[in-house]
Design a protein around this ligand. Structure first.
Ligand code: ADP
Ligand code: MG
Length: 419
């Protein structure tokens, strides 16, 4: 069957432009905005359509067949109404440029397909993987059949069974495989996101015991003062002083609980400008109880810099790193936290003088389930931290020496700066 090479070439275009490029974009997407990502996918799908139309099977003068309808179906169903209208316009425009009598047939088929896509795209989005494959493949098969019926019945193109069989099979299989692979990939992304969420619950429960312990301290102080004030012979001045300290202790307990809850209570957030100094102070508040339990002293040198992000997510990242540092210093140590600006970037330095890591351990940081803590560890903390930093368009680097300590450098873009 002549022309089959062309169709196989079409399959390659679909896989490259509709699968590889969008997946590459998705993987590196954390740095790109959603709108930009969408545009790249639309342009890539347009390239797929243009390449397909440029290498078709010519049935007769002016009538060409290719996998453009597969591209339109898959990209349209995933992309939604505006994407499908844009891609339909690209298809019709380019097909008219190529010319020939078949252009009218294209116009009819594309418009009917566009109509179906617009009707189905919402339902498609909510369907299970299996239904997506069935729906997408059936739709592109329907469009391909329509194209053939249309051109043979209405426009009198020649007809051949072997061509029909090959064309329809390829259309169906290419659509099914593309959707299947894309879904598998999406699922692995989703699993990673869920892991990060699960990891957060792990720190929340770990910190709970140290937080409640820390709240008990101010309560004990307050109780002591109240008992002393019960006695009648206390001078007025002394009483005032006791009251003042008690109120301060109440505030402290309140702060500890509030900060813990800001982190622990899941609530949807939007990106906004965060003051790194305030964020770090909050992290330190949450982590102090744990530091106290381990006899770790926290030393800071913080300045006001502004970055873009979500408080809870950024807290999770900072807590994961500082918690690791504290755990690396089981009896006494010093946790040092500094913010500085270098080459227009913010650097948050977090260092400990704990056990440190070997080169091999450093290179495995961020690998899911890599832990040296046995049953105590999850091996997900660093993975989550790195993922969060990348989402914030930053980078994490680590230097460590065994038995001396570890330095973490978080580089993040600065939004605006105040002194
Ligand atoms: P977990 O803390 O549950 O083990 P993480 O992903 O947070 O998982 O950390 C992975 C591993 O990296 C830890 O088990 C530890 O061996 C190592 N590590 C991380 N931070 C430090 C640090 N500050 N000092 C020494 N080792 C560290
Ligand atoms: Mg950890």
């Amino acid at each position: 069957m002549e022309g089959i090479e062309q169709l196989l070439l079409n399959v390659l275009f679909v896989i490259v432009f509709l699968l590889f490029i969008p997946i590459l974009v998705e993987v590196n997407a954390q740095r790109l905005s959603k709108i930009r990502k969408n545009w790249i996918v639309i342009i890539s799908a347009s390239l797929a359509i243009i390449s397909c139309i440029s290498f078709p099977i010519t049935i007769m003068d002016g009538y060409i067949f290719d996998l453009r309808l597969v591209v339109l179906t898959v990209a349209g169903l995933y992309g939604g109404v505006s994407t499908s209208i844009l891609l339909a316009a690209v298809t019709i425009f380019y097909r008219f440029l190529v010319g020939g009598t078949g252009v009218h047939a294209t116009l009819i088929v594309v418009i009917i397909l566009l109509f179906c896509i617009i009707l189905l795209t919402d339902y498609f989005g909510k369907s299970s993987r299996k239904n997506k494959i069935i729906l997408g493949s059936s739709l592109s098969l329907f469009a391909a059949l329509l194209a053939i019926v249309n051109s043979t019945l209405l426009f009198g193109a020649p007809f051949s069974y072997s061509f029909l069989l090959i064309f329809l099979t390829l259309t169906y299989c290419t659509t099914a495989i593309t959707i299947y692979l894309y879904e598998v990939f999406q699922e692995s992304l989703l699993i990673k996101k869920r892991l990060i969420k699960a990891e957060k619950m792990d720190i929340v429960s770990h910190l709970a015991s140290s937080v409640s312990h820390e709240v008990r301290n101010p309560l004990t102080v307050i109780k002591g003062f109240l008992q002393m004030m019960e006695q009648n012979d206390i001078p007025e001045e002394q009483r005032k002083k006791f009251l003042k300290i008690s109120i301060e202790e109440v505030d402290r307990a309140n702060d500890i609980i509030r900060n813990y809850l800001t982190f622990a209570k899941p609530s949807p957030e939007n990106k906004r400008n965060l003051n790194v100094k305030e964020e770090l102070e909050r992290t330190i508040q949450i982590i102090t109880p744990l530091a106290n339990m381990n006899g770790v002293e926290i030393v800071t040198k913080l300045k006001n810099y502004f970055i873009e992000g979500e408080t809870q997510v950024f807290q999770q990242c900072l807590l994961n790193i500082t918690k690791n540092c504290i755990e690396a210093m089981p009896d006494r140590g010093r946790l040092y936290i500094e913010t500085k600006k270098e080459n227009g970037e913010l650097i948050v330095v977090i260092s400990d003088n704990g056990k440190g890591m070997t080169k091999e351990q450093v290179s495995r940081l961020g690998e899911p389930y890599f832990t040296t803590k046995g049953r105590e560890g999850t091996g997900l903390g660093m993975m989550a931290a790195i993922n969060i930093i990348e989402t914030m368009r930053g980078k994490l680097s680590v230097s460590s020496t065994v038995n001396e300590g570890t330095n973490f450098y978080i580089r993040l873009p600065i939004v605006e700066e105040c002194s």
